[in-house]
Design a protein around this ligand. Structure first.
Ligand SMILES: NC(=O)C1=CN([C@@H]2O[C@H](COP(=O)(O)OP(=O)(O)OC[C@H]3O[C@@H](n4cnc5c(N)ncnc54)[C@H](OP(=O)(O)O)[C@@H]3O)[C@@H](O)[C@H]2O)[C@@H](O)CC1
Ligand SMILES: [K+]
Length: 488
């Protein structure tokens, strides 16, 4: 797992560690890691033009000490100070001692902007975990100059202007090609919209690991090995029931395709068998003769270990409402998606005894929360936690960084395999069948959501290879995604 910790926990761990190491040692470790990363990105340090954007806190101190190291290796380094009267004194002295230049960036001074515009590399040390809100005007102007310069931009600890804990970007922020972060990832580096500003991530070990083990991460991103451990690979004793039989209530006369895609996601995603219940039975059986289909009712469908309900149900007219109620009342894990989210009775969902997994996209989450879609997109971590609490359910919030939160308020999983090519009609139906198959195989709701999102993202990438794909292609690529994960 790639783990990210809350700022207050990082700070507490730093305090504990600082009490045991010489003064300034942590900043020197940070600066050494930062300078090494900058050197690698530049390729050739000697003769490179480097501009440091230096704020008044320790984030600026890191930039100054790293700048001094680059200057000693022959780079031409200019520090632009946003508040010359409140700057890290030791850092300025070190830079000057190494032959670096210092200019006043607090006013409208041509020297400051010029240094940024001419730079090969801009180091963003405006603000780190001490930041509040979007960048202030002077800092925002320098961030714009950095973007216009075409230089490589390396953020120190965090891109300045993004919220470390929530991933929110409320106002101007630095857009970095790479972010060198210290001690631990911060949640905002893994979650959009902030993640998009961070570029490639590099973690510098400053010795915080032991102290941090006292805290639980706020966010974690599963890696290949984590997902491989959770894959329900059949053994010698497996039969279709042991692998998991999934019931699917999806599709309508108007939207039969949603049923076909959900069943495709389940069968390609590892279900031992799928029982489809609803009006799209003919369409399902025509495409998947291995599916067991019936028109209903749900209680007569036969034994299943989990249900998926919702994709393509439409407005809930006819028997659809009854099928939905029966599934919500079932004593097995249930995944509710799409129209099912809108139509399900919230109090019946909350009262369920077996695990529940809700899989809204931002628009659906916004409707459930009674806020604008843009608000959910701006504040995805808050939104997914809030929904999970309200529904006493596990919630998978789809999007560029898909999130999975449990009702217990614990660590939120973020999926690292997403791709914009997955933003295509029916792709969510495939995910619901896939994650439902994982529930039926016995994974808990958080694991089923996280593993489903990981495989779905990977399948999307494999199917797309940089070109458009349809949802069926994504379903067809699921076995390849499985193989990829098992190979590591
Ligand atoms: N502790 C450690 O062991 C280690 C810490 N390390 C480093 O220290 C960093 C944390 O340093 P920090 O606490 O000094 O805060 P920091 O991020 O520099 O920001 C505070 C300054 O920013 C300003 N400011 C705030 N909001 C702003 C805005 N929107 N736009 C513009 N300015 C804004 C704010 O101004 P003020 O509100 O005071 O006027 C204040 O002056 C951390 O990220 C890491 O890089 C490493 O060396 C490893 C060891
Ligand atoms: K920064």
């Amino acid at each position: 797992m790639r783990t990210a910790y809350r700022v207050e926990d990082v700070r507490a761990a730093e305090r504990a560690l600082m009490a045991r190491v010489p003064e300034g040692a942590l900043m020197q470790r940070a600066a050494a890691g930062l300078a090494a990363a900058c050197g690698q990105l530049l390729g050739k340090v000697y003769g490179a033009r480097v501009a440091l954007l230096v704020g008044s806190g320790d984030n600026g101190g890191d930039a100054l000490y790293a700048g001094a190291r680059l200057a000693r290796r022959g780079a031409g380094v200019t520090a632009v100070l946003l508040s010359p009267e409140r700057v890290h004194g030791g850092g300025v002295a070190a830079l000057r001692g190494a032959g670096g230049r210092v200019v006043d960036g607090s006013g409208d001074l041509p020297g400051a902007g010029g240094a940024v515009l001419r730079a090969d590399l801009v180091v963003d040390g405006i603000v780190g975990i001490g930041g509040k809100g979007g960048l202030r005007p002077g800092a925002a102007e320098l961030a714009r100059a950095a973007e216009e310069s075409g230089a490589l931009v390396v953020a120190v600890d965090l891109p300045s202007g993004v919220d470390a804990d929530t991933g929110e970007v409320r106002g101007a922020a630095v857009r970095a090609d790479a972010t060198v972060t210290f001690g631990a990832y911060k949640p905002g580096l893994l979650v959009d919209p902030a993640r998009e500003y961070a570029g490639a991530l590099r973690l510098v070990d400053i010795g915080l690991g032991g102290e941090l083990s006292a805290y639980a991460p706020a966010v974690e991103a599963p890696q290949y090995a984590d997902v491989a451990r959770l894959l329900p690979v059949p053994g010698g004793e497996s039969d279709k029931y042991r692998r998991g039989v999934l019931g699917v209530v999806a599709g309508s006369a108007r939207y039969p395709g949603a049923a076909v895609l959900a069943v495709a996601g389940a069968l390609r995603g590892g279900a031992g068998a799928v029982r489809y219940v609803g009006p799209a039975a003919d369409a399902v059986i025509a495409r998947f003769p291995e599916a067991l289909v019936s028109a209903g009712p749900v209680p007569k469908a036969g034994r299943v270990q989990a249900w998926v309900v919702g994709p393509g149900l439409g407005d809930g007219h006819g028997d659809a409402g009854e099928r939905l109620r029966d599934v919500v009342a079932a004593d097995v894990p249930v995944l509710i998606d799409a129209d099912g989210l809108r139509l399900a009775d919230a109090s019946a969902v909350r009262k369920r005894g077996a695990p529940t997994l809700l899989t809204p996209h931002a628009g659906e989450a916004a409707a459930l929360l009674g806020v604008e879609r843009a608000e959910v997109e701006a504040s995805r971590l808050d939104a997914v936690r809030e929904l999970a609490g309200r529904y006493a359910a596990t919630v998978l919030l789809k999007g560029s960084t898909t999130l999975v939160a449990g009702a217990d308020g614990g660590v939120v999983r973020v999926n690292p395999t997403g791709t914009a090519w997955l933003a295509t009609a029916g792709s969510g139906d495939v995910l619901s069948g896939l994650a439902g198959a994982l529930l039926a195989a016995g994974l808990g709701a958080r694991d089923a959501g996280a593993v489903g999102a990981f495989l779905h993202g990977l399948a999307g990438r494999l199917a797309a290879e940089g070109a458009p794909v349809g949802a069926q292609d994504v379903a067809e690529a699921l076995p390849a995604a499985w193989r990829d994960v098992r190979r590591g």
